[in-house]
Every structure is written in structure tokens, then in C-alpha cells.
Design a protein around this ligand. Sequence first.
Ligand code: NAP
Length: 318
Amino acid sequence: MEMEKVVIIGSGPAGLTAALYTGRAGLNPVVIAGPQFGGQVSLTHEIENYPGFPGGSGTDLIETMREQAERFGARIDMDVALSVDLTNGSPFRVKTGNREYLAEALIVTSGASPRLLNVPGEKELTGRGVSYCGTCDGFFFRGKKIVVVGGGDSAIKEALFLTRFATHIDVIHRRDSLRAEAALAERAFANDKITFVWNTVVESIQGADKVNSVVLRDVVTGETREHPTEGVFIFIGHEPNNAILSEQLKMDPLGYVLTDKHMQTSIEGVFAAGEIQDPLWKQVATSVGQGCAAALAAEEWLSQRERVSAPTSTSAAV
Ligand code: NAP
């Protein structure tokens, strides 16, 4: 097992930016890609708000980031980090399915995953009409009526995308106004394939081997009703992917890793960037900035350690 200068867990915008910067600093970083190369961005059909990238798919953006990082020496390991051991400080141990890394500095960019509704039928019917990714599954709902659950940017963006396939989409939202940004909301309000079902939650998802309805509850009147549908797309936010950290790093009550302004976590030499430590903004642009900051801080931290451990000219002469 060779000692690596920097290991980066995660290959989304934060991870690949950290790889680019540590690569350019000559640190020859290893990126452990995780279960989905590129993270959530690679499942986004269109990115319109990342400066310098006026439009295109998330996969296009991620591939460009990957090529740029690899050009400067980043090595991508298409594996999943299964555990990390931070208990004795640097070097840190990271186990994947195939090997173990020893890392002088670690940058955690493991991102976040879609939040579940946690209602009866959801787990059983996932992949059988229940989905968390329009880009992945939209095609299967050509000519069908579906529902989208949520009122944030993700729900509205995905609902707009899904109008390419579905004949009609009911957006089920638990309040009477959207959280999504105005520009997206206006596009959805103007789209005659989309109807909003306000003040309503999904109580259960019904179907034997595929979805055929949802049970909805009006949170104002308390009334419930069965609503026929063939697809349920759920976009109600995200949970940080912190399982492998197993509470070794300090986290906020929602499980996001706490960092200082240098992206340093509660353990010296371990940095975090992107959605694993950002419950608030979660944009490609903010993740890129955080990945850059984490890389610069890691590089600075490694240099300081080398300066401290290097023999002085006097002691070297003795
Ligand atoms: P979000 O902004 O947290 O919105 C989640 C939505 O789901 C909210 O409308 C929320 O309702 C609803 N919700 C949460 N838990 C629920 C539950 N248990 N049952 C029913 N509804 C529930 O999450 P997001 O839309 O995934 O966005 C996450 C971040 O990514 C945001 O910062 C967003 O701006 C960003 N993003 C940006 C873009 C873009 O193109 N600019 C695209 C996607 C995501 P309430 O409104 O009542 O809380």
C-alpha cells in the first residue's frame, strides 16, 4: 500500500475541482469515484446556471471536468469508498471494494442523495414506477400520466423535463406556494402539461408490481383520495452521504460535515467540500468553489507539514 499525498472521495463538481487543483499542485491525487461517477450533476439533463457553460447536459460538464483534472495528473478509481479510518490522524486509511489507500490528506466530497418520502409502497415500487431521476427514467413514461412530488428547484426542473415524455404531470406540493426560483416556477405555470396540486401530501403509493395510483391527503381539509398515476417522481431534497464517516467527523444535526472557512473538518488534514458539508446552496458553482478552497487548503496544510518535518540546514550538517 503506497502513501498518497491526497485522496478525494467523490467525483462530483467539488471532487473533480479538488482533483484539478491538487493535480496542478503536483500532488498526483486519487479520486475514488463513488457509486455514480459525477454525482448528481451527471444525472441532470441540462445545466444552465454554471458560468462559462451556457448550456448542455450534466454529463457533458462532468466529462469536461474529468478530462481537465486528468490532464494534470488526477487518477480516477472507478470504485466506491466503503470505509475510512481517521482515528489516528494522518495518514488516513480509505478502503474500497478492491484496495486500501493511505492518504496524507483527505478531501471528502461524497455529496448527498435524494430524500425518501418514507410512505408505504415507496421502497417496494422503486424502479417499478417510483423514481428519483427524470433523466434516467423519463423515457419509460412516454405517453403516461405521472406525478412529481416536491416544490423546490429540483421538482420543478424535473417536471419541466418530464413534459417531454409524459402526457400530463400533477405536481404534488405540501404547501400553497413553491420554493423553486421564480424563473423555473413561471415556466412551469405556463406549461399546459403541468397542473399543481397544492397543500397535498402523498400518504401511500399503490400497485402490485407497478404503480397504478397514489393516495393523497389534503393537509387543509384532511380529506384523502386515490389518484390514478403510472409514475411517481420524488424530488423533496437530499440527505448527506455520510455513512462511511461513521461519526468520526463533527456534523450538524442534519448530518452535514462541519468545516471552517478553509474547508477543514474537525480532524486536521481532512477537508470537505460540496453537498456533504453544504445544507444551503448546493449549486454546481458553489461546489466548484468549495472544492477549489479545499484543495488549496489541503495543499497548504501538506506544505506546512513538510516545512516543519524538513531538517534545518544546521541540523542537517550536524
Ligand atoms: P429543496 O430546495 O430542499 O426543496 C425540497 C422540496 O420538497 C420543498 O418544496 C419541500 O417543501 C419539499 N419537501 C421536503 N420534504 C418533504 C416531504 N417529506 N414531503 C413532501 N414534500 C417535502 O430541495 P431541491 O429542490 O432538491 O433543491 C436542493 C438544492 O439544490 C437547492 O438549494 C436548490 O436551489 C438547488 N437546485 C438548483 C437547481 C437550479 O437549476 N438552480 C436545480 C436543482 C436543485 P417546502 O417547500 O414546504 O419545504
